[in-house]
Design a protein around this ligand. Structure first.
Ligand code: DX5
Ligand code: ZN
Length: 228
């Protein structure tokens, strides 16, 4: 068993042949699918909704996680799970703002994500410190540390943010939490090892997997080689 998993993000994949894209990547080795849902509010762009989640889930036997970059996370948890996702990652920052919009607070958001599905992760933006979520760590399965400002693929990561990954891994080990620590944004073959060495065990990789230069299989193989 490998100590890490790659989680392809399909933002730059060809949605017109999404089944082929998913199966091509699946053929290259173990992975999980990271689906970036954006609502045009929490982050400026729109991406996709439940139809694409369902298309990916129907095409793969691998775990599907939804990275919900949306202002009203709890309103959509059930729809994500019904579409075939089994891990929901919501943003700490969205949950903190939600009560002002009539939604539940942070603790209740965790509970509702658990009720809706199997696993729950919290994503934190570059400006959010881990002390803000520390109390909740025993209640969740995963922390997704954003290495970029969320909303767009193809950005460069800020490697200084990997300090948060190292600190989270220390907390997880010390308290036997077995947390998944995922990094998201700008991960490529030249910096993937840096992320693993910092303590991450899931690497979201978008534009370095789906791009015009190489096939998903070739790209995934190159990233895995860089980790050997
Ligand atoms: C950005 C998304 C990421 C991103 C990954 O808001 O959460 O998952 O698309 O793409 P790359 O690897 O190109 O940064
Ligand atoms: Zn993401």
């Amino acid at each position: 068993m490998s100590k890490y998993l790659i989680a392809p993000s399909i933002l730059t994949a060809d949605f017109g042949k999404i089944t082929d894209e998913v199966q091509a990547a699946d053929a290259a080795g173990p992975l999980i699918w990271h689906l970036d849902v954006m609502d045009g509010h929490f982050v400026p762009p729109f991406s996709f909704g439940t139809q694409i989640i369902k298309a990916v889930a129907d095409a793969t036997d691998n775990l599907v996680e939804v990275h919900a970059m949306i202002a009203h996370p709890t309103e959509h948890f059930d729809a994500f799970i019904e579409s075939g996702a089994s891990r929901i990652i919501f943003h700490y920052e969205a949950a903190m703002e939600a009560p002002k919009l009539g939604g539940p607070g942070l603790g209740e958001t965790v509970l509702r994500a658990k009720e809706a599905g199997n696993e729950v992760g919290i994503a934190i933006n570059p400006g959010t410190s881990i002390t803000e979520i520390e109390e909740l760590l025993p209640e969740i399965n995963q922390v997704t540390v954003m290495l970029i400002r969320p909303g767009w693929g193809g950005q460069q990561m800020n490697p200084e943010l990997l300090e948060k990954v190292t600190r989270l891994r220390e907390i997880s080990d010390k308290s036997n939490l077995s947390l998944n620590i995922e990094v998201d944004g700008g991960v490529k073959s030249h910096n993937a090892k840096l992320c693993i060495d910092a303590g991450a065990n899931i690497l979201v990789v978008g534009s370095a997997v789906f791009n015009a230069e190489s096939t998903p299989q070739e790209s995934l193989t190159e990233i895995r080689k860089s980790l050997n």
